[in-house]
Design a protein around this ligand. Sequence first.
Ligand SMILES: [Zn+2]
Length: 217
Amino acid sequence: MSVTTAFAPLLDLVYPPRCPLCGEAIAAQKGLCLDCWSTLEIPSASGEDGITAATLYNDTARQLVLNFKHGRKIALAGMMARQIAGRLPDLEGEWLAIPVPLHRIRLWQRGFNQSALLATELCKLVAARPLVDGLVRTRRTPSLGGLGREERARVLDGAIAVREVHRSRIAGANILLVDDVLTSGATTNACRSALDQAGAARLHVACFSRVPEGRLG
Ligand SMILES: [Zn+2]
């Protein structure tokens, strides 16, 4: 537990809460300032294609995700999960929330899987149960940046699998696949095919931010 979370009430008195992006003083911990809020882009439609994104991936969203991942601002997880939950369609029946997995070496380097944190926070808000190790990376893959669609698919082929001990739980289950940023969809597709092979019933993707087709690098 960080010093900030352990002593939040005390710190609020000594150091007023600040926007995690720009440092502006704000009324309460756990949020962005109004200026930063207003620069987040919200997608016009959500959920129709089986994907719910809380925001479009612009500079503000990118900064938030970077702070979340590398600045260890784990408190941001709650705020980002609330944004996703607010846009999810009603989940009928029973759902398992499974995060996009990190390779264990990456996990060890970073100390946490940001998508697993999002999934855990999301399950406090919607009718789903977390299964944070439902999927695993079977090998390390290089960064997908700069690769074309086919290359990405080739690099990821067989790199993500259902964890054997959870196979029977996943068979027939509705799965909420949780990711922080959805870029080309190659990683999501690799997760989808592993879950399909294990006999998952329905799949809905829930992410904090989605890169619009036109902005793919
Ligand atoms: Zn701000």
